[in-house]
Design a protein around this ligand. Structure first.
Ligand SMILES: [Zn+2]
Length: 141
C-alpha cells in the first residue's frame, strides 16, 4: 500500500503550529498541531473531545461555515485536522485564531446531550480551554 500524505511528514522535526499539508480539488487540509509529536505530553481524551465540539460548532457558525468540509481530532492526540474549501493558508490561520478565541468565550460545551454525542460524559471544558489558550500562544507568536 502507498503511504498516505500525512505519514510522509517528518514527525521528528515537527513543532506545534498551523500547517497546510495537502490540497485536492481546492480542498485544503490543515494540520492544527497542538503538541510535539511523541513528546510525552498529549491532549487528554476529554479535552480533545471538547475542543472538537467547541471548534466545530464555532467554525460552522462563522463567516466561512459553507467552506468547512471537516474538523476532527488526530488519533495520536497531538492535534486536529481542518479541511476547508477554497481557503488558503494565511486566511485559514487567521480564521482559526479567531474561532479559537471564540471558543474561549463559551461557558459550555455544545452538543453534550446523550442523544447528540457518542461519549457524552467524556468532556472537560476547563481542560479544553486551557489547551486552546496554549495553542493560541503558539499561533500568535
Ligand atoms: Zn462527542
Amino acid at each position: 500500500m502507498e503511504n498516505i500524505k500525512s505519514f510522509e511528514l517528518d514527525h521528528d522535526i515537527m513543532i506545534p503550529g498551523f500547517y497546510l499539508i495537502g490540497e485536492a480539488n481546492k480542498v485544503y487540509t490543515y494540520d492544527l498541531r497542538f503538541k510535539v509529536p511523541n513528546g510525552g505530553d498529549y491532549l487528554n481524551n476529554a479535552a480533545i473531545h471538547s475542543i472538537e465540539h467547541l471548534f466545530a460548532t464555532v467554525v460552522r457558525n462563522s463567516d466561512i461555515k459553507n467552506n468547512v468540509v471537516y474538523f476532527g481530532p488526530m488519533g495520536c492526540r497531538t492535534g486536529f485536522y481542518l479541511l476547508l474549501l477554497g481557503i488558503e493558508l494565511k486566511e485559514a490561520k487567521e480564521i482559526t485564531i479567531n474561532c479559537m478565541k471564540d471558543c474561549l468565550n463559551l461557558d459550555f460545551v455544545p452538543g453534550t446531550e446523550k442523544i447528540q454525542c457518542g461519549n457524552y460524559l467524556e468532556h472537560n471544558l476547563e481542560d479544553a480551554q486551557n489547551e486552546i489558550r496554549k495553542y493560541l500562544k503558539i499561533l500568535v507568536n
